[in-house]
Design a protein around this ligand. Structure first.
Ligand code: UDP
Length: 234
């Protein structure tokens, strides 16, 4: 296997599946199967899920919500998505635990790095919810932070496109896909892989990011098998 311990970042929007809102049970189930497949192979899996399918602090602020409260709403949205993922994993027989970056037992256990490491070593999927626990951050940054803390080998950013392109492939037919790109090129070309805070944390701590299409069943396993799909940022 290409990697032993990974952090999988899923956006909240990816959970909407074919619906325009909320959580699509079919999509969630597809993801749970893919995660189960790699857990069976002995891969240690930490997951961070966004909340954009339910609430984003910044877009709330543009509609008049207080940003601080809006960000707290966004962080709570990530907890809802994480509980949904834990439930989907349970239904396919994968052991997982939800940790929260904001104290809220019994919904989830308060996040601690040693406890998360113990759970990973014991073969449990650890879903870390509540972002960083602080407003003005994103779940991309939470993924970078937790990935670095948990010494993962790679951050896998599961998206609906198959990698990083020179322009938006959904808008520009001349857009070129990169198989591999350096952090410096990401800055120079102004590419949107993750937000800059997250990108910088990954660069400074040597955590590579692999962007790939998670909506294609079987792709997660392909990544772990070392097949050259997606774009590696390193
Ligand atoms: N959020 C936050 N601090 C964090 C992580 C997230 O305040 O450390 C809030 C923020 O309002 C954000 C929302 O939670 O808009 C949902 O997270 P994000 O936008 O990263 O979700 P995604 O785009 O991945 O669905």
């Amino acid at each position: 296997m290409e990697y032993k311990r990974i952090l999988l970042k899923l956006s909240g929007e990816s959970l909407m599946g074919r619906q325009g809102y909320g959580i699509d049970a079919v999509r969630l189930d597809e993801y749970a199967w893919q995660i189960g497949e790699i857990v069976q192979k002995g891969i240690q899996v930490a997951i961070v899920i966004g909340g954009g399918n339910i609430f984003r602090g910044l877009s709330g602020a543009s509609k008049g919500f207080d940003r601080y409260k809006g960000d707290q709403m966004g962080m709570l949205a990530t907890v809802i998505n994480s509980l949904a993922m834990a439930s989907a994993l349970q239904s396919v027989g994968v052991r997982s635990r939800v940790m929260t970056s904001i104290r809220m037992e019994p919904v989830g256990e308060f996040y601690s790095q040693p406890k998360a490491l113990d759970a990973l070593d014991a073969g449990e999927v650890v879903i870390i919810s509540g972002g960083t626990g602080n407003p003005y951050f994103t779940t991309d940054t939470a993924s970078a932070l937790r990935g670095i803390e948990l010494h993962v080998d790679v951050m896998l950013k599961g998206t609906r496109v198959d990698g990083v392109y020179s322009a938006d492939p959904e808008k520009d037919p001349t857009a070129q896909k990169f198989d591999s790109i350096s952090f410096d090129e990401v800055y120079q070309k102004g590419l949107k892989v993750m937000d800059l805070t997250a990108t910088t944390m990954c660069k400074e701590n040597g955590l590579p990011i692999l962007v790939f299409n998670m909506d294609q069943p079987g792709n997660l396993m392909k990544v772990l098998n070392g097949e050259k799909i997606g774009t590696l940022v390193h």
